[in-house]
Ligand binder design. Structure first.
Ligand code: SF4
Length: 292
């Protein structure tokens, strides 16, 4: 732990999406799958992409944007580990240093990824932290939790997993779920996956705590944009049925091995075009459904 941050809780620098099979050196541990917001979105976008990521677990190169996001999340998590009076902007920027060290320790390849532009990379991270301070005053409240790993089940027994950036509980008991995005707020047309993610977290809290979050808040540190949602129980129950249906479709595809490609403009961001029949490729042999 950095000597400048004696009270800071060591944050988990890299968040693993544990909704997929796990791998260890030399052997693959096949454990039952669960649904996470990102994997559900993958399946909705393209079933074959879901298969490549969740079942084949094909490696994908990290991006600078992902590394920067991890860095900023880690620094903000450390910030909330400090007593309120110490949560200054200068302190938060200082916390980027130890957050960078943790990032490199967890994934040494990040040094190569960032390359010679480490100063520019850190400068952009500082800018995001500064923007955060224009959006919230972290000395005014104590979060109940940061970077919380949550597992839940729908009424039909579908396993849900995900990391919640921050949960705030007001003295009145009202719960707020906060998610930091290090990009810019999407136009309304593209806000669907962000809202899907927030409803996913809200449903997990309803299932694990029996409470409906008063507010779901997305904070876009790239431009200071904020999106909020206040779901009611009927909305979350309806969303739960949507997740059950998505999981039903995933399971059916998983048992048959029939994960069809669904080409779209988003293929331009897919790392697996070389294996995709839509681009003349052949997927690897299907490893089989990991089981329920
Ligand atoms: S290239 Fe497009 S269609 Fe093919 S797997 Fe990727 S997202 Fe799906």
């Amino acid at each position: 732990m950095d000597s400048q941050t004696p009270q800071a809780t060591p944050p988990s620098t890299v968040r693993q999406d544990t909704s997929s099979t796990g791998a260890t050196s030399g052997s693959v541990v096949r454990k039952p799958l669960a649904l996470s917001p990102s994997r559900a979105n993958d399946f909705k976008q393209c079933p074959l992409l879901y298969r490549f990521r969740a079942i084949d677990r094909l490696p994908e190169p990290s991006t600078k944007a992902q590394a920067r996001g991890t860095l900023v999340h880690s620094a903000l998590e450390s910030l909330y580990g400090l007593p309120r009076p110490q949560r200054s902007q200068a302190q938060a920027i200082d916390l980027l240093g130890p957050a960078w060290d943790r990032l490199v320790a967890d994934d040494p390849e990040v040094v190569e990824l960032v390359g010679e532009d480490r100063d520019g990379f850190l400068r952009e991270a500082r800018r995001l932290v500064e923007r955060y301070f224009t959006m919230e005053d972290p000395t005014r409240f104590d979060p109940e939790s940061c970077e919380l790993f949550v597992e839940a089940e729908t009424g039909d027994g579908v396993r849900l997993r995900g990391f919640v950036d921050r949960i705030d509980v007001a003295p009145t008991g009202e719960v707020r779920v906060v998610d930091y995005k290090t990009g810019r707020a999407p136009r309304q047309l593209y806000a669907g996956s962000a809202l899907f993610q927030m409803k996913f977290y809200a449903l997990m809290l309803l299932r694990t705590r029996g409470v409906i979050p008063h507010q779901l808040k997305l904070m876009y540190l790239g431009d200071g944009g904020v999106m909020t949602l206040s779901p009611d129980e009927a909305e979350l129950r309806s969303f739960e049925r949507t997740l059950d249906a998505i999981w039903g479709a995933i399971r059916a595809a998983g048992l048959s091995g029939d994960f069809r490609p669904s080409p779209s403009k988003l293929c331009g961001w897919c790392d697996h075009q070389a294996l995709c029949p839509e681009f003349g490729g052949t997927p690897p042999e299907y490893p089989g459904w990991p089981g329920d």
